[in-house]
Design a protein around this ligand. Structure first.
Ligand code: RIB
Ligand code: CA
Length: 318
């Protein structure tokens, strides 16, 4: 049976790869895409998303613009140092067709899709959680219509990336993340613990660049991303955070340690702002699930997803 997915993203280099990956997986249908500020402005993220869809020949998917600023806090600067001024690695891509942006605000699209696919809709969130928090505020019955939510975000047992404590998606809107993680709906959190080890390498990019338009696009946008990550990783490579979360959603990433535990987001203004405090104290007893918890935290996977990811991307050019 086809899986209906709404992607809420801040496209963004790794968001673009995640979208292409989902488009390549059989039995997955992206039924809508909403954007949020983070890597770029939400509107720029929508235009980037349209570029990705046009590349894959899938312009029929609605793309709606969401929150340009966080729920309560002052916005952080967009992550242009990671994703380039245009959010796509400044790879000289052509203009997007602005007329294709869906006229509905993101919350309206989300609401419409939650009713159209009631009980079946899965949400993949690969940006700040502002849109989802606003949607929960506007309609507390939303979780009853959603099958589950997979979130790329947080850092459970490793350092953050935006700050020493906070992962970028959570750092952009900690208050929204707290709302989403405490809403009682089934959430799978895919944190840096499992995304950073899954890296696209120069060898992968060379292989992709020899393929068709999708492969060349991924290689081109990844160049800037690798420039950013080289001093951090000590080698020329780029973690595929958002594709990892997409892989958890499709089942092609297999979690091996994934306890259901309480997760709180630090919303104070100190150095730990945006930290995801996952209660992993059960580690000495094999990570038992906690009574009443609704967030699964992916702490380990079988690994080796990036080769599968590259093969999926290549299939779009076949
Ligand atoms: O921390 C990684 C996450 O932040 C990814 O979703 C990336 O695209 C940025 O949004
Ligand atoms: Ca993202």
């Amino acid at each position: 049976m086809t899986v209906s997915v709404l992607v809420d993203c801040d496209t963004g280099i790794d968001d673009a790869v995640a979208l292409l990956y989902l488009l390549a997986v059989p039995d997955v249908e992206i039924v809508g895409i909403t954007t949020v500020a983070g890597n770029t402005a939400a509107r720029a993220g929508a235009l980037n998303t349209l570029r990705v869809l046009a590349l894959a020949g899938r312009t029929g998917i609605p793309v709606a613009v969401g929150a340009e600023r966080p729920l309560l806090a002052d916005p952080l600067p967009h992550s242009t140092h990671v994703h380039g001024a245009d959010g796509m690695g400044d790879a000289g891509l052509g203009e997007a067709d602005e007329s294709l942006v869906d006229p509905r605000p993101a919350l309206r699209l989300l609401d419409d899709l939650s009713r159209e696919h009631e009980g079946r809709l899965r949400i993949l969130a690969t940006g700040a959680l502002t849109n989802l928090a606003l949607a929960l505020r506007a309609d507390p019955s939303l979780p009853s219509r959603i099958r589950d939510v997979v979130v790329m975000g947080g850092a459970a047992e490793v350092p953050g990336n935006r700050t020493p404590a906070a992962e970028a998606n959570i750092a952009h809107d900690p208050e929204a993340a707290q709302v989403v993680l405490s809403a009682g709906w089934p959430v799978t959190l895919v944190p840096l613990d499992v995304t950073v080890p899954e890296q696209l390498t120069e060898e992968h990019c060379a292989r992709l660049a020899e393929g068709g338009a999708v492969g060349r696009f991924v290689a081109a946008i990844s160049d800037h991303y690798m420039d950013f990550y080289t001093p951090i990783l000590g080698r020329r490579a780029a973690p595929q955070h958002d594709a990892l979360a997409a892989g958890v959603l499709t089942g092609e990433v297999v979690p091996t340690v994934c306890p259901r535990v309480r997760v709180e987001v630090e919303c104070g203004n100190g150095p730990a702002r945006g930290a995801t405090v996952a209660d992993t104290r059960g580690r000495y007893r094999g990570h038992p699930d906690q009574e009443g918890a609704t967030v699964r935290v992916v702490l380990r996977t079988t690994g080796g997803f990036v080769d599968r990811l590259v093969a999926r991307l290549e299939s779009l050019d076949a």
